[in-house]
Design a protein around this ligand. Structure first.
Ligand SMILES: Cc1cc2nc3c(=O)[nH]c(=O)nc-3n(C[C@H](O)[C@H](O)[C@H](O)COP(=O)(O)OP(=O)(O)OC[C@H]3O[C@@H](n4cnc5c(N)ncnc54)[C@H](O)[C@@H]3O)c2cc1C
Length: 476
């Protein structure tokens, strides 16, 4: 009698979009029986972005480009058709809609349920869900032992790191405010349940997408106090717009990955000037670059990457991470009425002032808030990560930071790179953890391809995950 071969066991740490879609792709693609354990510290399937309870928080990408599958471009649109609230929306309108993020969370939950939670005989994958925080990994002669904050340890052959974004970076003085009733260290918690009186003031530290969420919530709740938003440049995100057809960029005969930062900047400036002359928005250039961004990033030297981060990343982010026109209109209205006041300054100190908090900045006056929200965005120095798991992996020499210390160093097939430069036999990574390796790696149009590629690597399949020409079109 032949001995059955040992079933391969994959553990995925993180149950947001990246972790769930890696698991779903394994379930879709696996031909042989295997075990899969999906580990998530909080609510499974929504992650930070799609667990919002506020209906005014919309996706910042149109529905036509938010399919969870790289090979099924209309998957989300078809799923939306199962909901009564989109029944009467004409196709063209539905494609361009910025739907509530809550609903996108429902979409992910439905995929999780279909492929992973309900045994349906459709796949050969045996799934287990663990609601706990993974805190450490010890290698074994075969695979590894995974330890948790609360529950018993498990053994796995491969581990996928899908841990998502870091929590916001701390600010000078914030360590003494942890118990202060006016301090919100985590902007994604339900801080709006403790709003100050109508005439009070809210200070948002940051002017990016998280600060925009906060402004929308304050307005939706009818709160009428003053909102201050502070960031180094004081730039709010721009609005999506209907661009013109501009096939001249990128030029067909130009290998963008070989231009280097200086050459690329020159080329972009030339084309931005052409677009301005035609009365068009130069942000079209950033959109047209999107399918090429990762390759360009790989072609940059470490010095060029550092220079880009230091001098141009803030501007790039404002042009690239745009918001729905209806949300932008709300921001403009809040600014015009004086409710929203934006300050370009660096925060130097936050300190308690009775029931309020004072925010000192490089500007010559200090702001006093009845509620102060840290919306500065995820902290970006990877070696300072607040995750016990990632700190332990670094200390055990199982992973190493990328050259810019923005995340985990990884190969193109998503296997992690060890401190000695070898391919890890154990660990793979995807999502925001790869920011230093890929740069463009936080939004669904990139993550859906990564999730499928990770599944293909785990299953030993050669990558089929080349975005179809249609999907490339969608990215733009
Ligand atoms: C507010 C906001 C709005 C966004 N809007 C959009 C949008 O409209 N369109 C778009 O394309 N992208 C958007 N994004 C980008 C978004 O980050 C990605 O779309 C995607 O959700 C990232 O998924 P992820 O699984 O990589 O990370 P996350 O969603 O952060 O999920 C990672 C999960 O892993 C868990 N975890 C981490 N470490 C451990 C551990 N040790 N043990 C157990 N669990 C662990 C965390 O608790 C977390 O739930 C938005 C992001 C934010 C923050």
């Amino acid at each position: 009698m032949s001995t059955p071969s040992r079933i391969h066991h994959v553990a995925i740490i993180g149950g947001g979009f990246s972790g769930v879609m890696t698991a779903v792709n394994l379930a879709r693609l696996a031909k042989e029986p295997m075990r899969l354990t999906l580990i998530q510290a909080g609510a499974l399937g929504r992650g930070v972005a799609y667990s919002t309870t506020r209906p005014e928080h919309l996706l910042n990408v149109a529905a036509r480009n938010m399919s969870a599958f790289p090979d099924l471009p209309d998957h989300l649109l078809q799923w939306l058709r199962t909901r009564m609230d989109f029944d009467a929306v004409p196709d063209r309108e539905l494609r361009e809609k910025f739907i509530p993020r809550q609903i996108y969370g429902d979409y992910l939950r439905s995929l999780l349920l279909h492929y992973l939670e309900v045994p349906n005989g459709l796949t050969s994958v045996q799934v287990e869900l663990i609601h706990d925080e993974a805190v450490d990994v010890e290698t074994q002669p075969q695979g590894a032992c995974l330890h948790f904050r609360h529950g018993p340890s498990i053994l796995a052959d491969k581990i996928v790191l899908a841990c998502g974004n870091e929590t916001p970076a701390s600010l000078p003085g914030a360590e003494s405010l942890t118990e202060h009733p006016a301090w919100v260290a985590n902007p994604w918690q339900a801080w709006h349940r403790q709003l100050p009186a109508q005439g009070g003031s809210v200070i948002l530290l940051g002017t990016g997408l998280t600060a925009v969420d906060a402004v929308l919530t304050l307005r939706t709740l009818g709160w009428q106090g003053v909102i201050h938003a502070v960031s180094r440049h004081g730039w709010l995100p721009q609005s999506h717009f209907r661009g013109i057809d501009y096939p001249d960029f990128p030029p067909a005969d130009e290998d963008l990955s070989r231009l280097g930062l200086e050459g690329l900047t020159h080329l972009m400036e030339t084309h931005c000037a052409h677009l301005r002359e035609r009365g068009a928005n130069p942000a079209i250039i950033v959109d047209r670059l999107r399918p090429h961004t990762q390759r360009i990033w790989e072609g940059f030297s470490t010095e060029e990457k550092t220079e880009f981060i230091r001098k141009q990343a803030a501007r790039w982010n404002v042009l690239r991470h745009r918001i729905a026109p209806e949300i932008h209109a709300q921001l403009t209205s809040a600014q015009l009425t004086g409710q929203l006041q934006v300050h370009a300054a660096t925060v130097t100190l936050v300190e308690s002032h009775g029931n309020q908090i004072q925010v000192h900045t490089t500007a010559d006056h200090c702001l006093t808030g009845d509620l102060v929200v840290n919306a500065t965005g995820p902290q970006t120095r990877f070696t300072r990560t607040s995750s016990p798991l990632l700190q332990n992996l670094l200390q055990r020499g199982l992973i190493r930071p990328d050259a810019l210390d923005m995340g985990v160093a990884a190969n193109v097939d998503h296997t992690a790179v060890t401190p000695s430069g070898e391919r890890s036999h154990l660990l793979l990574a995807l999502g925001p953890l790869l920011r230093g390796t890929l740069w463009e790696t936080v939004a669904v149009p990139e993550l859906r391809g990564q999730a499928k590629r990770v599944a293909e690597t785990l299953l030993g399949l050669s990558s089929q995950t080349i975005e179809s020409p249609i999907m490339m079109e969608y990215m733009i």
